[in-house]
Design a protein around this ligand. Sequence first.
Ligand code: V47
Length: 394
Amino acid sequence: MTASPRDRFATIASKVRAEQPLDADDGAFLYRYPDLLALGSLANEVRERMHGNAAYFNVNMHINPTNVCVADCKFCSFARLDPSAAAAYTMSVDEVAGKLAERAGQPLTEVHVVNGLHHNLPWEYYVEVLRALKNVRPDIHLKAYTAVEIHYFAEKFNKTYEQVLGELKDAGLGSLPGGGAEIFAPRARRKLCRDKADADQWLAVHRTAHRLGIRSNCTMLYGTVETIEERIDHMLRLRALQDETGGFQTFIPLAFHADNNDLGRLPPPTGVDDLRTYAVARLMLHNIAHLKAYWVMIGVKTAQIALSFGVDDIDGTVQEEKIYHMAGAETPQALARVDLVRLIREAGRDAIERDTLYNVQWRDDGEPLPGIRLAASVPYSSVRLPIVRQGAPA
Ligand code: V47
């Protein structure tokens, strides 16, 4: 006799509580289990076992030095294949450094740097960008260049992944962002992004980075052409690499945004799909410490609710984000530190400002916050919370 869905869920919950890894069938079952709150509550149990009541954020900015790109990813609204197209741009190294210098007075701890795959920028450009940013702020953490870029550099400049990563590390690279993973399954990847690093290459770059002591994040783009089984397969491939290296810090599911790209006719993922994806990810990826709801993409409100569905991190102040805003994201361009703390507090969690490597920078002590509403228009510099550099690993 086959078990009822409720019994099957209870069996999976027992596995989770016994800290046993879930398999692909468990994952697919959970994705389709109708009781969203039961699923969320199980994910929340794991989240609280791992992080108690903590919810992390950081003070960061994004810089995308160029959007000129030879890859033709169907979901992308940011890239321009034609360098002479009206919206195509490439910053000089000085302009990139200037973006950080403009914010020299802000308590930033991280710059997130991602490019298109430019057809003819020289290798030195990518190295110099990192050096120039470090020149402006030697203490800043550079989370730079996706595995897709690293693979492209290796092919284009005839270097091994070790050489590319080693030279970038010498220039100031701190960690790799998780972008470019999309969906690993070959069927979906062929439809979405046939002409950039494939799944094995993406994973090999991260494997190499971890071996060189470079931590990284990982992502999954969902809501395009993939099946539930392909999402689970994606998570399991990340989990397998994490078993091998332990180098991933954070998993970030990325909900598809449909404006201005070739997949535009697809409906966006629903709120339930978003929350389900976070919860299933928390349960499948027991060996990746953090799960991030990137508020820019998921929206501030869903990010807040996700803090009760397995998520322990909502990314940072962000500033200058382009990839999602060009794809129709309606979220603000930046949130102030005080706004992030308020969001987290109202979700009943304890806000902790972290740096990229999850060293604690500041903890919310419950002091009243200045009376500012969540709004895109709040100038970042208008409110300053105390900065206490504690430096202790979370
Ligand atoms: O790889 C691009 C995705 C990624 C769209 O590591 C899209 O901390 C939805 O990886 N709709 C780049 N998604 C962003 C990224 C990221 C973001 C925040 C934090 C971190 C981190 C990494 O964005 C791409 C792709 O998967 N993407 N276009 C779109 N229209």
